[in-house]
Ligand binder design. Structure first.
Ligand code: NAP
Ligand code: GLV
Length: 308
């Protein structure tokens, strides 16, 4: 069996070692290298069109990330190819850590206390009622659900929004465009864990962000292009949005001149909220390859027309 590997320059040796260990009978062929058209499976991250174009006879293309926005709409990827994404694979725990930090940071007002410290001010702040501090999660997939589960013990009223309606104990669920405003109106913290698709691009603009309660906090850990930067900045400046913690951006690295860098109400990180884990990912992919070879169904197949 021939496995083609393209990691866009990151950690190829670690992937090769893990793949050799998990699938000892397979031939691992980094790209550029032997013709992609001879591969049985491809494992790729941000693959260029000249590689995708050649993947006509693979049984599956495994995307080395949860988000498939860099590949799903690429016209070079043959339409008949089965595209598979990572499902959690060690990312849900990281995402839960990041978002719990962001929610508690906001709820316990650590940014305000940091400011008070800089001003030499000893001044306990009035405690916010937890019952009035709704946390809303946009996207209730592998990561959104794990985040909701991790937040549950803290006792915030939780709500979630997805395309199809979900039933999750302890979470008020909302579905579809018609329920978005109702969902937003109760989210003092808004956590974005939606995939970037035609439908979600620019979803967080002035109109939607204005539906959040005054002083809401925005946590974007999915993709930068879900947010209209100028609209978020305008609402941060006006005070309607009280703060934001951003891990993802339209252009990465975030350009030095971007206002997010120095905005007093923005905390940012360089796309690290949930990083692909080589060992967990290879274990998941190897298991799926064994299932395909045995004629068994697999999960995580991307619905190409839906975009995720
Ligand atoms: P997933 O399992 O596919 O879940 C996606 C969720 O979004 C589903 O609940 C889906 O609804 C919902 N959704 C999609 N389109 C929608 C729409 N138009 N309206 C309402 N809901 C919609 O994805 P995941 O594994 O949780 O990952 C989510 C995203 O996180 C990825 O796509 C990626 O962009 C991002 N990510 C970021 C990092 C990072 O380090 N920052 C790391 C990993 C992933 P249904 O359940 O109804 O289908
Ligand atoms: C990272 O951003 C991913 O989509 O896995």
């Amino acid at each position: 069996m021939r496995l083609l590997l393209y990691t866009a320059g990151s950690d190829a040796d670690a992937w090769i070692d893990a793949l050799r260990h998990a699938l000892p009978a397979a031939r691992i062929e980094p790209w550029p290298g032997p013709a992609a058209s001879a591969a049985d499976y491809a494992l790729v991250w941000k693959a260029p069109p000249e590689l995708l174009r050649d993947l006509r006879r693979v049984k599956a293309v495994f995307n080395l990330g949860a988000g498939v926005d860099a590949i799903v709409g690429d016209p070079a990827l043959p339409p008949e190819v089965c595209l598979v994404r990572l499902e959690d694979a060690g990312m849900a725990e990281q995402m839960a850590e990041y978002v719990c930090h962001a929610v508690l940071r906001r709820y316990r007002e650590f940014d305000a206390y940091a400011q008070q410290q800089r001003a030499g001010l000893w001044q306990p702040r009035r405690r916010t009622s937890k019952r009035a501090f709704g946390v809303g999660i946009l996207g209730l997939g592998a990561l959104g659900t794990a985040v909701a589960t991790a937040l549950t013990p803290f006792g915030f009223p939780l709500r979630g929004w997805s395309r199809a309606r979900k039933q999750i104990a302890g979470i008020a669920t909302f579905a579809g465009a018609s329920e978005l405003d109702a969902f937003l109106s109760g989210a003092c913290v808004l956590v974005c864990l939606l995939p970037l698709t035609r439908d979600t691009q620019g979803l967080l603009d002035r109109a939607t962000l204005s539906q959040l309660p005054r002083d809401a906090y925005v946590v974007n850990v999915s993709r930068g292009a879900l947010v209209v930067d100028q609209d978020l900045l305008a609402l941060l400046d006006s005070g309607h949005i009280g703060g934001a913690m951003l891990d993802v951006f339209r252009d990465e690295p975030l350009p030095p001149e971007h206002r997010f860098w120095h905005h007093p109400r923005v905390a940012l990180t360089p796309h690290i909220s949930a990083v692909t884990q080589v060992d967990e990912s290879v274990a998941q992919i190897a298991d799926k390859i064994r299932r395909i070879e045995a004629g068994l169904p697999i999960t995580g197949i991307v619905a190409r027309e839906r975009g995720y």
